[in-house]
Design a protein around this ligand. Sequence first.
Ligand SMILES: NC(=O)c1ccc[n+]([C@@H]2O[C@H](COP(=O)([O-])OP(=O)(O)OC[C@H]3O[C@@H](n4cnc5c(N)ncnc54)[C@H](OP(=O)(O)O)[C@@H]3O)[C@@H](O)[C@H]2O)c1
Length: 251
Amino acid sequence: MTRALITGATAGIGHAFATELASRGHDLVVVARDTVRLESVATELRSRHGIEVDVLTADLTSDDGLATTVGAVTSTTRPVDLLVNNAGSSFPGWFGTTDVAEEDQQLDLLVRAPMHLMDAALKAMSGRHHGDIINVASMAAFTPRGTYSAHKAWLVNLSQWANLQYADVGVRVQALCPGFVRTEFHQRMGADTSTIPRWMWLRTGPVVKASLRDLERGRSISIPSLRYKVLAFLSRHAPTTLVAKVAKRGR
Ligand SMILES: NC(=O)c1ccc[n+]([C@@H]2O[C@H](COP(=O)([O-])OP(=O)(O)OC[C@H]3O[C@@H](n4cnc5c(N)ncnc54)[C@H](OP(=O)(O)O)[C@@H]3O)[C@@H](O)[C@H]2O)c1
């Protein structure tokens, strides 16, 4: 029995992680901003799977919210064995036309928060010689496409290095790189998804199962589904202009 802390556990990919890990008997710490929704997720998972679920209301773009979550990651009385750095969002517009204050918030949520949580987890886990970290990045990391892609590329790069660096002390680190996943993400950012072909959409359940399977295999990058593995390969080897054109379709 282990304990997993999942940020953004009330919706989409984070909720699927919570459901899958609960079904495998893991205790959870669930983090998001909406307390009512967190309590509802916790109540359901406790009653369905008989596990312990701690609820932590925190806005990860705020200093207080981040510090509270770091505190939960470093707890010695309720140690966290798996950190899932998942919470994320985006907003419309290309860098250079957007409000830089909004860009700051994105940077805080997609880079600063995972960095602080990862730092805390690596210190706690390497001391115990055991632990796993999953950083939810994106296929967007493999294409030059504004700040969102750049933030996810940063997370992939750091995860790859950390997986090697901390292997000796029993800590595994993975960057999960899904393509388009049916969640609340695009709806929340007000994106038009009508031009995205149906075959490009993934479901949260298989994405999470692929990530956990790849973690067991010690893979530092998990790309769920064969179609996206092929696209990732092409994005590394096809001409940059073609990659950029295809990537323009959405995030
Ligand atoms: N959906 C896709 O196509 C896709 C593809 C590749 C990668 N991703 C990545 O997958 C991750 C999860 O996205 P999703 O698609 O599952 O999104 P989602 O369905 O919109 O869920 C986002 C979750 O994050 C929480 N959250 C958002 N802002 C937060 C904040 N400031 N502090 C704390 N929690 C916050 C939300 O809860 P509250 O609103 O209550 O805080 C919610 O639980 C993100 O990192 C995203 O970049 C998504």
